[in-house]
Design a binder for this molecule. Structure first.
Ligand SMILES: NC(=O)c1ccc[n+]([C@@H]2O[C@H](COP(=O)([O-])OP(=O)(O)OC[C@H]3O[C@@H](n4cnc5c(N)ncnc54)[C@H](OP(=O)(O)O)[C@@H]3O)[C@@H](O)[C@H]2O)c1
Length: 282
């Protein structure tokens, strides 16, 4: 198969691209930081900024010159903004939505005419557990991933007749993401009325990410997804407690669910313990 993959310079995108190449696919990977060329791992790398029409079109043209078909598009490009709902600016929300949601929309619109002409194809979009539930101080990312979830459902139904399959990958915390793609809203300094809760939540989020699941396992699971005759509509790759959080979110009344999540994230004692752990390097 010829597989295009976005956001493949770091984190889960990089691990997935490597797993796809090991599985024998022709992998054409895009990221802003790539210098065009073929690596020792066999992956073709091309420059791609998913927020730009020109860049996405140039990527597609160069990819089609390398190989004239596109059997699968795997969309991993994503960035994260941390901040309070009150203080995160519209421009900051827009930045996250431009990459995490509209970037995927743009790439899908580019590949779909080719996939329809070929008589089929596969689209895999990286959502998140945050596409299913909200946590404090991640509203921009959560909104973008919820948009991806809703959009993918509409897309899957529309393209079914054209032989195109759509799958959402919903990772829980993985110890792969780079801090370079985790931004803090400019307002989140000591003057913020949310400063203490914010600091505690960040400590819990950082701890959970650093002790998260193995990114290679996720990469292999996405590679085996492409081997299946029919892909599932969703692939959730998360720890048992994160899967449990989703089940509870769907089962519990909202107020009770929020109380559970507040207790988990806005937890000064736990945050202090994690901060101490990090300081001592254990
Ligand atoms: N890591 C986790 O625990 C986790 C959990 C749930 C979901 N996810 C999702 O999995 C995906 C990968 O996340 P990650 O944390 O593993 O990776 P990451 O280390 O944060 O890497 C982000 C990737 O996105 C690319 N990117 C950012 N802006 C881009 C743009 N405008 N155009 C093209 N590429 C762009 C970056 O490459 P350049 O800077 O070179 O462009 C980089 O390769 C994301 O969609 C994320 O939401 C991750």
């Amino acid at each position: 198969m010829v597989v295009w993959i976005t956001g493949a310079s770091s984190g889960l995108g990089l691990h997935t691209a490597r797993a796809l190449a090991r599985a024998g696919h022709t992998v054409i990977a895009g990221a802003r930081s790539f210098t065009p060329g073929r690596g020792e791992d066999g992956i073709h790398r091309l420059t791609l900024d998913v927020t730009s029409d020109e860049s996405a079109e140039a990527f597609a043209e160069a990819a089609l010159a390398l190989s004239p078909r596109v059997d699968a598009l795997v969309q991993c490009a994503g960035i994260l903004m941390l901040g309070s709902c009150e203080e995160t600016t519209v421009a900051e929300y827009r930045r996250i939505l431009e990459t995490d949601f509209l970037g995927m929309v743009r790439m899908n619109s580019l590949v779909l005419p080719h996939m329809r002409r070929q008589g089929g194809g596969r689209i895999v979009m990286f959502s998140s557990i945050n596409g299913l539930l909200g946590i404090p101080f991640q509203s921009a990312y959560t909104a973008a991933k919820h948009a991806v979830e809703g959009y993918a459902e509409c897309l899957g139904m529309e393209v079914h007749r054209h032989g195109v399959q759509v799958c959402l990958v919903e990772p829980g915390d993985h110890r792969s993401g780079s801090d370079a793609y985790r931004f803090h809203s400019a307002a989140m300094g000591e003057g913020s009325p949310y400063a203490a809760d914010y600091a505690d939540t960040i400590a819990v989020i950082a701890h959970d990410e650093h002790s998260g699941s193995d990114p290679d396992v996720l990469g292999e699971r996405v590679a085996s997804l492409l081997k299946r005759r029919k892909m599932p509509g969703r692939l959730r790759v998360a720890s048992l407690d994160q899967k449990l959080a989703v089940w509870l979110h769907d089962l519990l009344p909202t107020r009770l669910n929020h109380a559970v999540l507040r207790g988990y994230y806005l937890n000064p004692k736990k945050a202090a313990a994690y901060r101490a752990q990090e300081k001592s390097g254990s």
